[in-house]
Design a protein around this ligand. Structure first.
Ligand code: FAD
Length: 417
């Protein structure tokens, strides 16, 4: 017998448990708010996506008291990055160690483990409920553009339900604030008729994984720039590497069917030192920029890829999402004022007007870098490498570049808490 429909009121409904949704739930864990989170996928997040947290984000995690949980989950430190030619000649070294910042390193952890760590922290809030898997698609709306009045979900028949709920049950969630953290294809964005513009890049990315080939004490990201394209070798926890590169659409078939030897040869064309890398294909990613014209409408607000999806060229999507949501957390009213739609609306609008212009600028800069990576044209790559060499030749430019990469001198740094 199917249980009767259940009803749950909450201060915050979060749609999506990717990095944006889980980080937000964790960041508000001690605010005295009741939080309901709805995630449609049964599976862990895709491990190939963002896994390196910028120095400035590490500082934010520290301020939120989250760092011990990340070290306990196996996070490691990366101290540098290096742009090189295919033969290893240095184009530009990027080092964080000497920078005058509290955490002069990137923290890295597999993408799905970052989200699991955030969810573990979110659960410290006794009033956090996660429905997973449950898809958000049946919304009721408030009058006069006031936003979302309720969401009805059906719990999965075959999965355990949170305490007090039964598998297969319908649940009506009545929220005061709705956070659309449901990724690039956001249902909240669509239902609330946010407008946006998008750009599709022509070259998809292929991501490969394998054990590291040789000792790498700095755990550095090494980007090989040459006539056959750019390839990045990225450290993963436990002595593994991830390799990412732009490829032509028509080459997807090659990567799907290639033997290990063929994959190794194809990688070695761009980065000879990786010749023996035992590369397994992790996935293919069509790349798209998406920027919404608004971030908030009525009682709804969008976070992460739902409102600002970008090319992974600069490893920014997840980092920008966390830096933005930190500002939203600062602006949220106290629990006692959550039921006041006027106060809530004002705070959401203040968040958008104070943060979005900086993110629009990040998206524009990121797009320029994305276009360079997308082109795979040797002349374009040579021009990019020449520009990096020029920065490397001037100690002050290089220091500034390192600070930008750390998140302390970029378009968003005015927002740093
Ligand atoms: C190959 C690759 C490498 C990358 N590398 C980096 C990097 O190094 N650094 C970096 O900062 N960024 C990187 N990024 C980008 C980064 O991964 C994303 O910007 C970030 O993960 C977006 O998180 P999100 O939570 O906004 O969205 P998502 O991760 O898409 O999460 C959205 C969640 O919502 C759920 N959902 C969707 N619709 C519904 C619904 N209707 N009901 C319930 N749940 C729903 C989905 O199942 C999903 O779990 C990379 C991306 C790719 C593809």
């Amino acid at each position: 017998m199917v249980a009767e429909t259940a009803a749950i009121d909450c201060d915050v409904l979060i749609v999506g448990a990717g990095i944006a949704g889980t980080a937000f739930a964790a960041a508000i864990r001690d605010r005295g708010l009741s939080v309901v989170q709805v995630e449609m996928s049964k599976q862990p997040l895709d491990t190939a996506r963002g896994d390196h947290l910028q120095c400035v984000v590490v500082e934010q995690l520290d301020q939120w008291g989250m760092l011990p949980a990340f070290w306990a989950a196996g996070a490691e430190k990366r101290h540098s990055a290096r742009y090189v030619t295919p033969t290893g000649e240095v184009i530009m070294p990027v080092n964080y160690q000497g920078l005058p910042i509290p955490h002069p390193y990137y923290l890295y952890l597999n993408h799905e483990v970052i989200a699991e760590t955030f969810i573990g922290l979110a659960r410290e809030n006794p009033r956090h409920t996660l429905f997973k898997p449950a898809r958000a698609r049946d919304f009721d709306f408030l009058p006069n553009g006031g936003g979302i009045a309720a969401l009805t979900i059906r719990l999965d028949e075959s999965a355990a339900a949170p305490d007090g709920f039964a598998p297969g049950q319908d649940v009506v969630i009545t929220p005061r604030l709705v956070v659309g953290a449901d990724g690039r294809g956001s249902r909240v964005r669509e239902e609330m008729k946010y407008t946006s513009h998008a750009h599709e890049y022509s070259s998809p990315l292929v991501v490969l994984f394998g054990p590291q080939l040789f000792d790498d004490p700095e755990h550095e990201v090494r980007s090989f720039m040459g006539p056959h394209g750019t390839l990045s070798r990225i450290p993963r926890t436990g002595g593994h590497w991830k390799v990412g590169m732009s490829i032509a659409k028509e080459d997807i078939a090659f990567w799907k069917t290639a033997t290990l030897k063929m994959r190794q040869q194809a990688i070695a064309v761009r980065a000879p030192e990786l010749e023996g890398f035992a590369a397994e294909v992790g996935g293919f990613y069509p790349v798209k920029l998406l920027n919404t014209d608004q971030w908030t409408r009525g009682n709804t607000v969008l976070l992460g890829d739902a409102c600002h999806a970008m090319h992974p060229a600069r490893g920014q999507g997840m980092n920008v999402a966390i830096r933005c949501l930190a500002r939203l957390v600062d602006l949220l009213p106290d629990a006692a004022d959550f039921a006041n739609a006027e106060i809530l609306g004002k705070r959401l609008r203040a968040y958008e007007s104070g943060t979005k212009p900086a993110v629009d600028k990040v998206l524009a800069d990121n797009h320029a870098r994305g276009e360079q990576m997308d082109s795979r044209d040797p002349a374009v790559i040579a021009t990019s490498a020449a520009a990096l060499r020029k920065i490397a030749d001037d100690p002050e430019f290089l220091r500034r570049y390192c600070m930008q990469s750390a998140g302390y001198a970029d378009s968003l740094s005015a927002l740093n808490g």
